[in-house]
Structure formats: structure tokens, C-alpha cells
Design a protein around this ligand. Structure first.
Ligand SMILES: Nc1ncnc2c1ncn2[C@@H]1O[C@H](COP(=O)(O)OP(=O)(O)OP(=O)(O)O)[C@@H](O)[C@H]1O
Length: 244
């Protein structure tokens, strides 16, 4: 096992009855890499990600995250990662400050550290005026930025982002990606799923899943060369729709 890898996946498979949702996938993600995990609806991305974050047991195969086996050391995996999804993030009926305090507590941070982190985070996001407002009153893009920051509270080395910018306007998406880059430059590993193909262009490497299998995995530049097209959207369409 390469110590420089943040994530190592070998022959990972998940079946639900007779249906194979994730079919024998293998890949590695290096430390500090921004890794895009793409696929059409139902391709198996969420199922694969759930196995990697230690909440779904693989049917077969192995995976290590932060050098911890996802089956035998699922609790260590959970402590080493940050996770943010479009579907579950913050509590709408708590203020920004209250959300940070709540999640800081869940992550086991000391009260004094939570106070310091809260101030830092509000400063960084420029949210002084909104800090005591309910999260439910914030625009979606801001919610997602706060949620991303909250997923970093316990200083995880690897961050899993499940469609973090879904439904967010293009300018805020761009700002969100600047936050992602800032963390990657600090050496954090980013594992991100997205439906936006312009975002696929921002990743160091991209894997594309089709019906449970990884059909392509390379840098956006190499994928475009390999499929003789100009955009990642065209690469995606060729693979996902099986257009030759
Ligand atoms: N618990 C389950 N039981 C049975 N089938 C499941 C279960 N979870 C997922 N599936 C099936 O596995 C397939 C892959 O689902 P998954 O949610 O991983 O896809 P996805 O690529 O994340 O899609 P999306 O982009 O829509 O979230 C789908 O056909 C889904 O219906």
C-alpha cells in the first residue's frame, strides 16, 4: 500500500440482492489531489462513496481511506474525513453560530477551540452580519459555503463532497471552487461528485462511472485527447450514452 495515497480502492463491489450497484472498481487518490467522481444518475457514485466513508459495508473488495481499512477501521476513517452533501448539511432552524457550535461538539472539539474556530470561520466567509441569523434564511450558495467550512472544523485530511454545488448559481459555484482549491493547496485531499461538467475541468483527475464500473480515469486534458473532443461534457456524453 502506498503511504502517499489518501484513498486506495481495490476490486470494490456492492450488490443489493441480484443487482450490482458498484462493480469491481479500483483506483487510487493521491494526497492533496482534487479527484472528481462522475457518473450519470444511478451509476453508483453515492453507493461507492458511502463505502469509502465507512457507512456501507462492501460486498467484496478492499478500500483504505487515510490508511485505515474502511471495514475494520470505519470509526478511524470517520474521524479522518470531512463529509458534506447537498442533501444533508446544516440545520436550517439554527443560526450559523449555533450550527458551528453544534457540529464542533459532534466532532469532539473543545469549547474554547469551537469559539476560536467560529470567529475564524465567520471572518473568512465575511459573514459578520449573518452570524446570528437562521441558516434557513441564507441563500443556498451561502449555506453550502458554511457547510463546507463546517466539514473542515476537525481539520480532516480528506474531504468528501457529494454534489456540493447542486442548484447553486455559477458565480457562487466559482467561489466554492476557490475554497476547494485553498484546502487542496494546504495538502488536503478532495473527493468530489458533481453533475456540472465545467467543474470536472477543475479537477486534477476525473473518474467516470457507468453502470457500476469505472469506464475512464485520467486528467481532464488526457481524457479529452483520448476521446478526441474539446470538453469534458463531450467526454461524459460519449461514455454515459455510449456514443462512439
Ligand atoms: N439500498 C439499496 N437497495 C437497492 N438498490 C439500491 C440501494 N442503494 C442504491 N441502489 C441502487 O444502486 C444504483 C446506484 O445508486 P447510487 O445512488 O449509488 O447512484 P448515483 O450514481 O449516486 O446516482 P445519483 O447521481 O442519482 O445520486 C441505483 O440503481 C440505485 O437504485
Amino acid at each position: 500500500m502506498n503511504k502517499e495515497n489518501a484513498i486506495t480502492v481495490k476490486d470494490l463491489t456492492k450488490t443489493f440482492g441480484a443487482f450490482t450497484a458498484v462493480n469491481n472498481i479500483s483506483f487510487e487518490v493521491g494526497r492533496g489531489e482534487v479527484f472528481g467522481f462522475l457518473g450519470a444518475n444511478g451509476a453508483g457514485k453515492t453507493t461507492a462513496m458511502k463505502m469509502l466513508i465507512g457507512i456501507l459495508k462492501p460486498t467484496s473488495g478492499i478500500a483504505t481511506v487515510a490508511n485505515f481499512d474502511v471495514i475494520s477501521h470505519a470509526e478511524d476513517v470517520k474521524k479522518s474525513i470531512g463529509y458534506m452533501s447537498q442533501r444533508f448539511s446544516l440545520y436550517n432552524d439554527l443560526t450559523i453560530k449555533e450550527n458551528i457550535t453544534f457540529f464542533g461538539g459532534i466532532y469532539g472539539l473543545k469549547k474554547t477551540d469551537i469559539k476560536v474556530k467560529t470567529q475564524e470561520l465567520i471572518e473568512e466567509l465575511g459573514l459578520h452580519d449573518e452570524a446570528n441569523k437562521l441558516v434557513g434564511a441564507l441563500p443556498l450558495g451561502w449555506k453550502q459555503k458554511v457547510a463546507f467550512s463546517v466539514s473542515l472544523l476537525h481539520n480532516p485530511q480528506i474531504i468528501f463532497l457529494d454534489e456540493p454545488t447542486g442548484g447553486v448559481d455559477p458565480i457562487t459555484r466559482r467561489q466554492f471552487w476557490e475554497m476547494i482549491y485553498r484546502e487542496a493547496h494546504k495538502g488536503k485531499t478532495i473527493f468530489v461528485t458533481t453533475h456540472y461538467m465545467d467543474e470536472a475541468e477543475y479537477c486534477d483527475r476525473v473518474s467516470i462511472m457507468v453502470e457500476g464500473k469505472i469506464e475512464a480515469l485520467d486528467t481532464p486534458k488526457n481524457l479529452k485527447t483520448q476521446y478526441k473532443v474539446d470538453t469534458m461534457n463531450q467526454v461524459f456524453l460519449k461514455l454515459a450514452r455510449n456514443i462512439e
